[in-house]
Design a protein around this ligand. Sequence first.
Ligand code: HEM
Length: 399
Amino acid sequence: MSLERRPTDPVPDLVSLLQGDDHAGDLHRTRSGIVLVTRYDDVVEGLKNRALSNRPGPFALVHKRNASIHVAADVANNLIAFQDRPEHVAPRRAMMRAFGAALAEFRPSVDELAQQLAERMFRRTDIEFMRDFSSQFASLAVCRMMGLPQTDAEKIRGWSTPFFQLFHAMPDRTALEALNRSLEEFRAYFAAVAENRTALPGRDFVSLLLSAQEDGDRMPVQAVIDNCMLLAADGVENVQTGLASSVATLLSHPDELDKLKTAIAGGDDPVVRGAIGECLRFESPGQYQLRNAIEDTQIGSKPIRRHEIVALCFGAANRDPAAFDEPNRFRIGRSGPRHLAFGAGYHGCLGSALVESELAATFRVLFGQGRRLALRDREIRWQHRVGHRWPEALNLVVG
Ligand code: HEM
């Protein structure tokens, strides 16, 4: 079975947008006015360019002028993912500090959680990895780090899917109304959690973020609540699918999988870390992130005009032959620059250390205990989404 990209596979909307458009050097301007940045060095430069803003653009539904009309716009404008420097700095620092401390508490039990879920999964004969393992692992991990009851994991999963619509164009009014309703419920949930943790703080992320109020990195309580929603949603969706595509990639490259198994058996952590990075490079769950040009600027020597929307294409950059030798080959021992699946710099993924722990734990329970796993289907079906390369399902057989 091959998991190589086909032209229609990864982000069909981008691919079709590209056809017949203006390819000026290495930047591609689509007919709808989006500038696609696909080379590794250009994406890295774009991530550092302060003229490329994360704030919702003037025509976006989630622009702050709509904050009193749509909950979605109110929420978006509180999220660090939609902020620029300098307002982004203090809340990001507070979140990183709280996340680091909460992860230090949780990390020792990541393996134990993976083991429990794997034992339950291997009792089944018809394993669908996302249903039986990765979606539960991702949401239970988030619940534990945030000090939420494990029984709330399903509710968190239910709110996470619509939450991601904040980052995309809204298809219609019905979708917007459904999103607003879901965000109201999600907010009410975290408002109750925040109230409870203010009265009775613990060592979890929510308590630690609330207590950052006293360290000079003050965030309004509503911003704490909304960023807890961001963290929970980010912790679920990309992870449940990223674990699945990593497992699928390894199972379809048996020679590389054998190297990983040897490394797990010998406790060779650098090789395991290399495998994690290579899985994320090869099948990047987040394919691109949008930015708005708030002034005329350039990437390399190529001009970008004010008000243009720029897509920093992490998935394409991770396959750039100028950065990665034989980029379409999956090799767990490769050297070269760090992959961009987590972005980098100011807005780089806040949860990357958790993801890496979850992937390492997953590899150990799947590939380090002598089981013979195989893919049941000849082809992986990918969800039809803009911006994400997420499998629909991953059926496995145990030999
Ligand atoms: C495989 C899983 C994941 C992938 C591929 C991923 C990818 C990314 C990427 C590409 C960005 C940067 C976006 C940009 O430059 O605008 C990002 C940001 C972020 N991620 Fe992740 N992520 C993953 C898992 C997680 C987890 C587990 C958490 C937390 C529990 C998390 C929390 C965040 C947050 C809060 C941000 C916003 C940071 C900011 O804007 O300052 N992510 N993620």
